[in-house]
Design a protein around this ligand. Structure first.
Ligand code: ADP
Ligand code: MG
Length: 573
């Protein structure tokens, strides 16, 4: 480790030189309050930014240990510090020139969800932040004076403001931790109460816009009100007794006119698998951790999935017990999405009519009369949804404003009216009972969900002889020559999860977890156990700055593997 002055000296000699000369500053430097690691120096101004870490001794940082003992608290506190650092550096603004966001210290602090991520690490002896910096340049020339100002003025100021406990807002930090811990407690409470979801009184579910995950402004948003029949009070470690709507296990229907807030409720439930930052409005919305949002996704690839519970007797005699296609239809894709989710452990499905294939969801009486079952390959979801619950313990929360046929299969019917839920189970039952028995159920019970074993030869991370695994934005994983489209995988919520998904697949491959013996679920177990034991950093092949990762769930890693167009699998006998 070198004294910080050595960095200053090096920079002095670089002013105005060609950009590549920056590589001389790689190394570790002792500053008065921290150690700066310059792990990777970008070769030119247009390359991905340089990677730095800043490490402050805990003796200096003094983050109280009771705020980060235990996994949930630690994740939340790390999240808080990263966000605080981002606030400070955003205020500092940009120094010097260069493309994009050069000249700004960047930390991958995340969006509205609090996720385990690599941006910050609390350790017994230190706190470490992982940063990126586009080193300043004018054209292709080094701006050493600007770099010096970043390292010797901005960085120390940001460390002071964001990593020294004495300068932090202790109440805000405590609240951040408490909200995350309460969310975990909510998820535990769901399990003991036989619920699949909880939405607190007063929660703000709508978002600012389709492009913004921030809450809709308070004077426009109608706060959530729990209907008396579903009202429950849960006891949280910090918030105490909290009332709200508990959605029981089973089949739940959300009905109501258009624009009355059905999809908004369902979307909040989809996000409820993650904790949210204070002020989000969804802090006390929690969903069973094994909840998967399902939708139609025509065009996706499917590899030997048993979709026979939903689809049989396809024209041309295609096998639906091991169904493969490069271009699934709306209904076959939705069936595959359900069976794949079940295969890796889903306990709750969320389905919105807005994003479903109509012929997958319903087949009404008139249609049953006109088109005999023998000519209809699809067993509609309505005829399997009860069996999924009774035989497989899989609950469903379904938004369905367009067909009353579902009344007869629902345990609970919630009517959304001007953004406020009302329980109408009894009325719906009466209406269903009063109708002449017209529709006949076409459901066929199925015993098992066939597990599949991914075969190693289906994974090729190479492109032009180099490993190429990366994420492009939130919804695309690049894997070798392939791009994996996650645009229908709605519970990927952070681009750093997307990056982690790509690298998790590569990690599993390198580790030999795709051994041709292990079913997909076991591969996911192996990867996620390694991450739980050794941190998300295991996904990085690099010493030092691990890159920006946030933890994905097993369902989203599985979703990416299932959408890899070269995936080869064999079914477990
Ligand atoms: P539906 O699925 O019933 O047709 P949406 O959930 O799409 O309705 O909601 C329609 C519109 O109302 C959306 O623009 C949404 O942001 C807004 N909205 C939803 N819930 C609320 C609420 N609680 N308060 C205010 N606006 C809301
Ligand atoms: Mg809708």
């Amino acid at each position: 480790m070198l004294p910080a002055d050595r960095l200053r000296d090096k920079l002095l000699t670089l002013e105005g030189k060609g950009y590549a000369a920056y590589k001389a500053i790689a190394g570790a430097y002792r500053f008065p309050r921290f150690v700066l690691f310059i792990d990777r120096v970008q070769p030119d101004p247009f390359a991905p930014p340089s990677l730095l870490r800043v490490r402050v001794d805990m003796a200096e940082a003094q983050v109280p240990s009771d705020l980060w003992d235990g996994a949930t608290r630690r994740v939340a506190m790390e999240d808080f510090l990263a966000r605080r650092f981002r606030e400070v550096t955003r205020r500092q603004g940009r120094r010097g020139g260069g493309p994009g966001r050069s000249g700004v210290l960047l930390v991958d602090a995340g969006g509205q969800e609090i996720l385990p991520r690599t941006a910050c690490r609390l350790h017994e002896d230190f706190v470490e932040l992982r940063l990126a910096l586009g080193l300043p340049a004018e054209g292709r020339k080094i701006q050493a004076r600007q770099a010096q100002a970043i390292f010797f003025e901005d960085l120390p100021a940001a460390v002071e403001g964001a990593l020294l406990w004495a300068n932090l807002d202790a109440r805000a930090a405590r609240r951040h931790v408490e909200v995350a811990e309460d969310h975990a407690a909510l998820q535990d409470a769901l399990r003991t109460r036989g619920l699949v979801a909880f939405v607190a009184e007063g929660a703000i579910l709508p978002r600012e816009s389709g492009a913004s995950d921030l809450p809709l402004s308070p004077h426009r948003a109608v706060p959530f009100r729990a209907p008396p029949q579903l009202a429950v009070t849960l006891h949280l470690p910090h918030r105490g007794a909290l009332g709200g709507m508990g959605i029981p296990a089973g089949v739940t229907l959300i009905v109501g006119g258009g624009f009355h807030g059905k999809s908004t409720l369902l979307a909040a439930l989809a996000r409820g698998v993650y904790p949210h930052v204070p002020g989000d409005g969804r802090e006390y919305v929690a969903t069973h951790p094994d909840t998967v949002k399902i939708r139609a996704e025509d065009g996706r690839r499917v590899a030997r999935v048993d979709i026979s519970p939903f689809i049989t007797n396809l024209p041309f005699g295609q096998d639906t017990q091991a169904f493969s296609t490069d271009n699934a239809s709306g209904s076959t894709s939705q069936a595959a999405n359900i069976m794949e989710a079940l295969e890796v452990g889903a306990r709750v499905l969320l389905i919105d009519e807005d994003t479903s294939a109509t012929n997958f969801m319903i087949r009404d009486e008139a249609m049953q009369r006109l088109v005999p079952k023998a000519l209809e390959p699809i067993t509609p979801f309505i005829d399997q949804v009860r069996h999924l619950y009774q035989a497989h313990g899989l609950s469903t929360v379904l938004v369905m404003g367009g067909s009353g046929d579902y009344f007869s299969v629902a345990d609970t019917v919630i009517l959304m009216e001007a953004f406020t839920p009302r329980v109408v189970t009894e009325e719906a039952r009466r209406i269903a009972a009063a109708r002449p028995a017209g529709r006949v159920s076409e459901g066929r019970p199925f015993e098992r969900v066939r597990a599949r074993i991914p075969l190693p030869h289906g994974f090729n991370p190479y492109r032009e002889r180099r490993v190429r695994v990366d994420a492009r934005g939130l919804r695309t994983v690049v894997f070798g020559r392939e791009t994996i489209d996650l645009s229908a995988v709605e519970q990927v919520v952070d681009p750093s999860q997307t990056r982690a998904i790509g690298d998790a697949i590569f990690y599993a491959l390198e580790k030999g977890y795709f051994d041709g013996e292990r079913p997909l679920a076991a591969v996911l177990d192996a990867v996620l156990t390694d991450i739980a034991q050794r941190g998300l950093e295991v996904l990085s092949g690099f010493e030092g700055h691990p890159g920006d990762y946030a933890l994905p769930r097993r369902y989203e890693v599985a979703a990416a593997i299932n959408r890899l167009r070269t995936l080869a699998v064999r079914q477990v006998e």
